[in-house]
Design a protein around this ligand. Structure first.
Ligand code: PEP
Length: 252
């Protein structure tokens, strides 16, 4: 059994309002603050980061953003820089497939965001994953390799670095990968981290599975040796379901 501390992150995407974000933070504080053996991160929309930070202050639950721009400041209307996030959150999701799909994110721009986030002391959750067509065509490993090498080009990772393996075809579809399938891809990613950074850093990296995780299937993923938690979208908006996912992910 791995000694890595699993990490479960809630990606709220573009959901919640001031009221529902506050209620969800409060409920999660009551439900999961005391769960040990798993790191817990809530990633609300930018506009609710301060609210989440205040509501979760003094708890064991960390806050993350869903994206970050690479410039420090300037005339970039609508963007949010690493220094702006530094006082609001600890983590930041980078390279989510919805950003790649709808906002033109590439391995190169993901790489710039990762570098800027790390330089600011933020902890990235680096997302990668193949599309359904790529898997059908037998190109999963080639795609993962390209995303890992491109995204991490010129970057030194530290112990506990977080990668989220999220097959695009499983995100928001209600059709998750099987535990075995996810473990195979994650073990492949870990081997590639090993060739880039050496065995110790690769073994210490936390690699999450993401894609239609819910309270009923999380145990199947956590039973796999290489899976270190989950990045959870839809199911993270329901306090009771996310509570189950966190509890089932604890590795004591
Ligand atoms: C995600 O947004 O990263 C995700 C995995 O979404 P869902 O859990 O809804 O598939």
């Amino acid at each position: 059994m791995s000694r890595r501390t699993p990490i479960v992150a809630a990606n709220w995407k573009m959901y919640t309002t001031v009221r529902t974000a506050a209620e969800l933070c409060q409920a999660l504080r009551e439900n999961i603050d005391g769960v040990r053996g798993v790191e817990k991160v809530i990633c609300p929309p930018f506009v609710f980061l301060a609210l989440a930070r205040e509501t979760l202050a003094g708890s064991s639950i960390k806050v993350g953003a869903q994206n970050v721009f690479w410039e420090e400041k300037g005339a970039f209307t609508g963007e949010v820089s690493p220094p702006m996030l530094a006082d609001l959150c600890e983590y930041v999701i980078v390279g989510h497939s919805e950003r790649r799909k709808y906002f033109g994110e590439t391995d190169e721009t993901v790489n710039r965001r990762l570098k800027a986030a790390l330089a600011q002391g933020l902890r990235p959750i680096f997302c990668i994953g193949e599309t359904g067509d790529e898997r059908q065509a037998g190109r999963t490993e080639e795609v993962l390799l390209r995303q890992v090498r491109g995204g991490l080009d010129g970057i030194e990772i530290g112990p506990g670095f977080v990668v989220a393996y999220e097959p695009v075809w499983a995100i928001g579809t209600g059709v998750p990968a099987t535990g075995e399938m996810a473990n195979e891809a994650i073990a492949f990613i870990r081997r590639e981290l090993g060739s880039l950074y050496g065995g110790a850093l690769a073994q210490a990296a936390r690699i999450q599975y993401g894609g239609s995780v819910d309270g009923a299937n999380i145990a199947e993923f956590m039973a796999q040796p290489d899976i270190d938690g989950a990045l959870v979208g839809g199911a993270s908006l329901k306090a009771d379901v996310f509570t189950t996912i966190v509890a089932e992910s604890a590795r004591l």
